[in-house]
Design a protein around this ligand. Structure first.
Ligand SMILES: Cc1ncc(COP(=O)(O)O)c(C=O)c1O
Length: 385
């Protein structure tokens, strides 16, 4: 079963497709996910410079973009490896030649461990988090002798998603995998996703640093000496967690795209998180004007993530987007003649980048002159296993 979906993923295209002719937004099949190349590259550079200035490495999270072209760009910008949340994402990235991959969710299914072992044989370094003794024992039972695996303990403090909060259990996990040539326990992960979108910067800072203090105290009981890898953090704490000396690398994900959820939280000395530039939008076409209050566009739940805030209309500053079903959204603008908008292509900032990306097959990559010249496949799109 797992081999079937893994083989299908390995065969998916991942390389850039140049368009024969540069195209304006109006020529795209909407709803179309559009990546602004200049903003994307600026974000890569800003994160690289920021982390270098603090002596930290990047281990960017590819769950955000699911695109090996972007992972390769992040590696070229100095990352020590990429993170993935899912085994399928690891398969797609390994097939595209990404050599250092950390799986940030525990894996407890023998079928998935078997696929991961094939990834481990294929690339230079595969790491996996483990957060239970059962998980460690399953690894011992199912991991083949001819594959090497780096192991990171997953330390939870208060998020309650994955990870373990017991120092004695963390030590037991380590002991279960010690003295076994197949495994190398390299350190630990701590990710406080519950803190990333706290609107007030001061509160986010205080709570993130406090969580790291607790995580480090737990890890100190599990390890006899300083771990080689201490990884975690996200875009919301990119300039906060660098103050923690023990952290070796940051698993930042959303910074390359930004989204409405992130731009609306407070940054350091700024009312919005403006250290990075929004680079991702969805272009939709206005197709109907059933009332005098707004126009209907061709993007709804199947074009935008709908777990949080609404998409933000970028061309019509006072307008609001309201979901109107699977395929439609209504752009509310106030009373007036809406007919002139019909047929126009309108752009929307994505509400939440990761689940929005997972709804699309490709990025349409747009240059500074407004023209689209390349398509980048979202190779691991739908690889949610
Ligand atoms: C384990 C882990 N690390 C890092 C990230 C990246 O976070 P962000 O997109 O906020 O940068 C995520 C995102 O959910 C995550 O689950």
């Amino acid at each position: 079963m797992h081999d079937y979906v893994a083989t299908a993923l390995r065969e998916r295209p991942w390389q850039a497709v140049p368009l024969e002719q540069p195209q304006p937004l109006e020529a795209l099949p909407t709803p179309a996910l559009v990546l602004d190349r200049a903003a994307f590259e600026t974000n890569l550079t800003r994160m690289r410079e920021h982390l270098a200035a603090h002596g930290k490495a990047a281990r960017p999270h590819a769950k955000t973009h699911k695109c090996p072209i972007i992972s390769h760009a992040q590696m070229q910008a100095g990352a020590v490896g990429i993170c993935v949340a899912k085994v399928g994402e690891a398969v797609a990235h390994a097939a595209a030649g990404v050599q250092q991959i950390l799986v940030t969710s525990p894996v407890t299914h023998p079928g998935k461990l078997s696929v991961l072992a094939s990834v481990a044989r294929q690339i230079d370094g595969l790491d996996l988090v483990v957060d239970s003794v059962v998980g460690a024992e399953l690894l011992r039972e199912h991991w083949p002798a001819d594959a090497r695996l780096g192991v990171l303990l997953d330390v939870d403090v208060q998020m309650g998603r994955t990870g373990n909060r017991s120092a004695s259990t963390l030590r037991k996990i380590r002991n279960t995998l010690a003295d076994d040539a197949r495994f190398h326990c390299r350190g630990f992960q701590h990710y406080a996703g519950n803190l990333m979108h706290i609107p007030a910067y001061a509160e986010r800072r205080e709570r993130s640093l406090a969580a790291w203090e607790l995580a480090l105290a737990l890890a100190a009981e599990a390890f006899d000496s300083a771990p080689e890898v201490v990884t975690g953090c996200g875009t919301g704490t990119f300039d906060i967690d660098v103050a923690v000396p023990a952290i070796t690398d940051l698993q930042v994900g959303s910074y390359i795209f930004m989204d409405r959820e992130y731009v609306e939280i407070e940054g350091h000395n700024s009312p919005t998180l403006n250290a990075f530039t929004p680079s991702l939008s969805v272009a939709c076409t206005a197709i109907s004007a059933p009332t005098e209050y707004g126009v209907t566009v061709d993007g709804g739940f199947k074009a935008f993530a709908s777990d949080s805030v609404a998409p933000l209309p970028l061309d019509l500053p006072d307008a609001k987007f309201r979901f109107a079903g699977d395929e439609h959204g209504v752009v509310l603008r106030g009373k007036g003649d809406q007919e002139p908008l019909l047929g126009r292509v309108l752009s929307f900032m994505v509400p939440h980048c990761d689940p929005t990306v997972n709804l699309h097959d490709v990025y349409w990559v747009r240059d500074a002159d407004g023209l689209v010249r390349e398509i980048w496949p979202i190779t691991a799109r739908g690889a949610v296993w």
